[in-house]
Write a protein that binds this ligand. Structure first.
Ligand code: ASP
Length: 596
């Protein structure tokens, strides 16, 4: 029996015809004389009915059907009797009366019921991923992912981009994480690295004259997995020659516009707002602000200095900040809730949280340290009105920003300030370098191949290497794209001059020898007529997650790994036979042997 239609497409126009469909037994109801089955395939669900009046044989066989059996059925499409229609199903006005049933395959008893699959623990869902992926929500997520990449591919193709593959077995590229290493059997003691990104290869493709490159590419980063990361993830990676920052940003804006229209029928306004890194930090406390609500941070240093509250004064004296935000309508909250909020701030690293309720006057343990007019000025700056509560953090800049940006998000949720919709923003003008306290040297904020602003190149080339303030003030031609508080991509205009690239390595305290060893091939390429170039990479997983409204990137990846980088289904990583290790010239401290 071969199907001639799909389950989800049956409609009233099919009434009277006899057809064959196939799929999985989803729900099954045995009503004495009649047996009802919801049959499911990728297109949807339809109801099939087994009646002894139509086929005694099929009805008899149908008693034996269980959840997730794979069957094919032939029968007549009939209108459902009045009162039994299911308007929530596209096929809900019709049903099939089965004349012929073929069981294509049986299914073992399920580890969890398909109807309650969303509530089954994630470990179980990941172990039986084939079952999890059968759920309509998961099918939709994966289908949307396909549509997103198809649309992007078409968009880039229409604009003259070439899809070019770069090696998976390669040399380490620094994107700030540890590499996954692959031993080379043919070269004892040597290792390949799986790419953290195709960064150097895409730049070399520009030197090679391809002008516009893209790739939908797996990247690998061996990080301690924080929250929602995956050791392997997918980027839409692209690079262009003879462009400036605006060209790259406009390209991506057009792509997002097309994507959101084509997939969600949502109109996205372009150009996107652009915010300098510094401004983003000052106003939102981080470089990936959620622009769907206000609740901006305000600087309170000048007003704090007019009082006698020691915590504020100490923070200012030691080069710290005093910043605040306004808790709209929060003046009514209890002491206990304030304690909880304070604990929360402490868990983000703050020493404490100062608060002032605006209730006719000002109510607060710290009110006595400030003249009335200063408190009024604070309220005015924050836009705090009667019924609101001002929240202050005074600490080192990093801690102040970090704590308040998290408080802002938390309050945004709690006070239901977040507007629905999609708000994009570009963050630009990042510092070129950031000081690494632990290592006592500068790190590249984006990566070492990012160009400084034109005006900063001379400073960078001629400036004193010991002048930390000057080096810290250099600005990069880098940009991140942020959607609803998530960084979904980033890139930069690159250094295309070999001497500038060498100088950059010097600033990063990478010796000539080391630079040659690690990046010699790039330095070589740069001296043979490298065009000016730049690009960006988008994180596909996160973008699709936001588009489908999933809570985790694991829900938009067919076979994701756990927080410990483990594949619950296949059991990777696993031990290997000692014979394999020997061939690879590898001796390990921990031996986990796996018998084939
Ligand atoms: N290679 C960078 C990354 O993976 C993106 C870029 O600069 O194009 O973050």
């Amino acid at each position: 029996m071969k199907r001639d239609r799909h389950c989800g497409e049956l409609r009233e126009t099919d009434i009277g015809s006899t057809i064959t469909i196939a799929g999985w037994v989803f729900r099954r109801r045995d009503h004495g004389g009649l047996i009802f089955i919801d049959l499911r395939d990728r297109s949807g669900i339809c109801q099939v009915v087994f009646s002894p009046d139509v086929s005694g044989d099929a009805h008899e066989k149908a008693h034996g059907l269980r959840g997730e059996y794979v069957i094919a059925v032939t029968g007549e499409i009939r209108k459902r009797p009045e009162g039994t229609e299911n308007t929530s199903l596209p096929t809900g006005l019709v049903e099939m009366y089965v004349q012929d049933l073929e069981v294509l395959n049986e299914a073992a008893p399920l580890p969890y019921s398909m109807e309650e699959a969303a509530e089954a623990g994630e470990a179980l869902r990941l172990k039986h991923r084939y079952l999890d992926l059968r759920r309509p929500e998961m099918q939709q997520n994966i289908i949307t992912r396909h549509k997103v990449t198809k649309l992007m591919r078409d968009y880039l193709d229409e604009r003259g981009f070439l899809e070019i593959e770069t090696p998976m077995l390669t040399k380490s590229t620094p994107e700030g994480a540890r590499d996954y290493l692959v031993p080379s059997r043919l070269n004892p003691g040597l290792f390949y690295a799986l790419p953290q990104s195709p960064q150097l290869f895409k730049q070399i493709l520009m030197v090679a004259g391809f002008e516009k490159y893209f790739q939908i590419v797996k990247c690998f980063r061996d990080e301690d997995l924080r929250a929602d990361r995956q050791p392997e993830f997918t980027q839409i990676d692209l690079e262009m020659s003879f462009v400036d920052r605006n060209d790259v940003m406009e390209l991506i804006e057009g792509m997002m516009k097309k994507l959101f229209k084509g997939i969600l029928d949502v109109d996205i306004e372009t150009p996107f707002q652009r915010l300098g890194y510094q401004e983003s930090m000052e106003r939102f406390g981080n470089d990936k602000p959620d622009m769907r609500f206000g609740l901006e941070l305000k600087d309170m240093a000048d007003l704090a200095a007019k009082g006698t509250f020691k915590v504020f004064l100490d923070a200012l004296q030691s080069g710290g900040l005093v910043k605040a935000l306004n808790g709209k309508g929060m003046a009514g909250i209890s002491r206990k809730d304030i304690d909880l909020l304070t604990q929360e701030a402490q868990s983000y690293g703050a020493k404490g949280l100062a608060w002032v309720k605006v209730k006719g006057g000002f109510e607060s343990p710290i009110a006595k340290f400030f003249p009335e007019d200063v408190l009024k000025a604070m309220a005015e700056r924050l836009g705090a009105e009667d019924g609101d509560m001002m929240l202050f953090v005074a600490d080192r800049p990093k801690v102040t920003f970090d704590v308040l940006s998290r408080m802002r998000l938390e309050l945004g949720k709690r006070l239901s300030l977040i507007q629905p919709g999609y708000r994009f923003v570009w963050i630009t003008d990042f510092p070129l370098l950031e000081w690494d306290e632990e290592e006592g040297r500068f790190q590249a904020m984006h990566h070492p191949f990012t160009s400084p602003l034109d005006g900063d190149i001379a400073k960078m080339r001629e400036g004193d290497l010991a002048d930390r303030a000057m080096l810290g003030s250099l600005t990069a031609k880098a940009y991140d794209i942020v959607l609803n508080g998530f960084e979904i991509g980033g890139g930069s205009i690159r250094i295309h001059n070999q001497k500038v690239q060498r100088r950059m390595f010097e600033l990063l305290n990478i010796s000539e020898e080391d630079a040659r060893l690690k990046f010699g091939f790039l330095l070589d390429a740069l001296q043979y007529g490298a065009p000016p170039h730049g690009g960006l990479a988008l994180g596909l997983d996160r973008l699709v997650m936001l588009m489908v409204g999933a809570v985790s990137i694991r829900d938009v990846i067919a076979f994701p790994k756990t927080q410990k980088a483990f594949c619950m289904m296949s059991g990777a990583p696993s031990g290997v036979e000692s014979k394999q290790l020997k061939e690879l010239h590898i001796r390990t401290e921990v031996v986990v042997e796996e018998k084939g």
